[in-house]
Design a protein around this ligand. Structure first.
Ligand code: GLV
Length: 312
């Protein structure tokens, strides 16, 4: 009998995954952290979202780690991660689509002045706001992995002049692309809306700081659906309070859940959601993972592997 599959997440119970795995692979030993993982030596594959640091190391026969999120910083943050065990991640077109919806939603919300119209309605005020041509609302997407690419291409299709910035060079239809640190100021200087969807790595931690905000045009709007640790919160608050930034939509935070006393909660220019921009959808995320289970057991090369050195 092949080894056990362990489902490790405090957010979801794993029942949908168990069903999809059983439907595709037949009867298997699928254990969940909620029900109990049993003997750690039985575990061959770990499907994990924010596992307790040190937990994966206790699985001495582990052959593959699967990140249940597209971001893998939650795994790489474990300084006791077992060495030599390949790390793979989900590639979830459902999650990708939700993330681009999130960016498009806030782009349109800001572009079409919906906050002002909501306030006008409550004041019984009939007041069309000044019109901004879509052609004059350039949008920039930082991070051009599968989520950033989908987001940028869809924004471009809506008619926004769309730019993308990434660490390494990328080419995308209808999107003007920039890469590398040197091109960042030029890219930022044109973004009236900035969408961040970079992976959290040593290089991107704290990247959204006072220098970056100052490089954006006055009145810019920031959407963060990457990771909270990429934002220096005090710098963002200062840029909002000084009037340099028009607002920020934040889905991710330095500490999650965000502590009740944090100024973001009641800040009039901050629009918060509780890390919901992209839910992992077992239906769309599982096929790639099931493929990897088959490959692992057949001794074939894995897909969707992560390079721990680059951090994604
Ligand atoms: C969510 O944040 C993910 O990494 O999928």
């Amino acid at each position: 009998m092949a080894g056990a599959i362990a489902y490790i997440s405090r957010d979801t119970d794993g029942m949908a995954w168990r069903k999809l795995f059983t439907d595709a692979l037949g009867p298997l030993d699928f254990r969940t952290i909620a029900e109990g993982l049993g003997n750690p030596d039985d575990i061959e594959i770990a499907l994990a979202w924010k596992p307790r640091p040190g937990l994966l190391r206790t699985f001495r026969n582990l052959k593959m780690i699967v990140s249940l999120g597209m971001g893998v910083d939650h795994l790489l943050a474990d300084d006791q991660l077992p060495e030599g065990v390949p790390i793979t991640r989900i590639m979830d077109e459902g999650l990708v689509g939700q993330m681009s919806e999130y960016a498009i939603f806030w782009t349109l919300w800001h572009h079409r002045d919906i906050a002002k119209y909501a306030a006008s309605q409550r004041a019984r005020r009939w007041k069309p706001e000044e019109f901004v041509d879509t052609l004059h609302r350039p949008v920039g997407v930082m991070g051009l992995g599968s989520i950033g690419q989908d987001t940028a291409v869809k924004l471009a299709m809506l008619g926004f002049p769309t730019m993308g910035w990434s660490r390494t060079a990328k080419a995308l239809p209808g999107v003007e692309t920039f890469h590398g640190r040197d091109s960042l100021p030029k890219f930022l200087s044109r973004c009236s809306i900035l969408v961040n969807v970079l992976p959290l790595t040593r290089e991107t931690r704290g990247l959204l700081d006072k220098k970056l905000f100052a490089a954006l045009p006055k009145g810019a709007f920031v959407v963060n659906m990457g990771r909270g640790a990429q934002v220096v919160d005090d710098d963002l608050l200062a840029a909002l309070d000084s009037g340099h930034l028009a607002g920020a939509a934040l889905d991710v935070f330095n500490t999650e859940p965000l502590p009740a006393e944090h100024p973001y909660w009641l800040h009039p220019k901050v629009h918060m959601t509780p890390h919901m921009a992209g839910y992992t959808n077992p239906r769309t995320a599982s096929p790639g993972v099931i493929e990897n289970v088959k490959r692992l057991r057949a001794g074939q090369p894995l897909i969707n592997t992560v390079d721990p050195k680059s951090g994604y």
